[in-house]
Design a protein around this ligand. Structure first.
Ligand code: MG
Length: 164
């Protein structure tokens, strides 16, 4: 088995759509990024790459590359999930945290879990998303940014390619 961790933070600005966990969430500000700014999918993507020691999202999808301008982060996650599978691994489970003062995300959690599970070809109950505020302090607490954390566990599915 292999474990991986991911972290991300994006600034919130007016005039951007808020997309988290592949889900559009109505809010007066959205996450700034070269891609769609989906910090939750980015943390999960980084956790998958980390588990395989294959670098990070920036090395696979550079933000200097026009191809990834306004990219749908779900497409990046799906590409990395395919890399996990072709490396001989399967996803056991994913746990994650979104730190956002506003909007309150409780009503969107299961929609995000469903969307992430779909991208990962994993069962719904293998994907956990938890939302927290930052008690009004720090950039997340002041509504200047949203940060995310994710951890994934992989197990060998195909020994002939996993190298383990
Ligand atoms: Mg990011």
């Amino acid at each position: 088995m292999r474990i991986g961790i991911g972290y991300d933070l994006h600034r919130l600005e007016a005039g951007r759509e808020l997309i988290l966990g592949g889900v559009r969430i109505p809010h007066e500000t959205g996450l700034v990024g070269h891609s769609d700014g989906d910090a939750l999918l980015h943390a999960i993507t980084d956790a998958l790459l980390g588990a395989l020691a294959l670098g990070d999202i920036g090395s696979h999808f550079p933000d200097t590359d026009a191809a990834y301008k306004d990219a749908d982060s779900a497409d990046l996650l799906i590409a990395v999930r395919r890399l996990v599978q072709s490396s001989g691994y399967r996803i056991v489970n994913v746990d994650s945290v979104v730190i956002a003062e506003r909007p309150r995300l409780r009503g969107y959690i299961d929609t995000m879990r469903r969307r992430i599970a779909e991208c990962l070809e994993a069962p719904f109950d293998a994907v956990s998303v938890k939302a927290k505020t930052n008690e009004t302090v720090g950039p997340e607490g002041r509504g200047e940014a949203i940060s995310t954390q994710a951890i994934v566990l992989l197990e060998v599915a195909d020994r002939s390619v996993s190298g383990l």
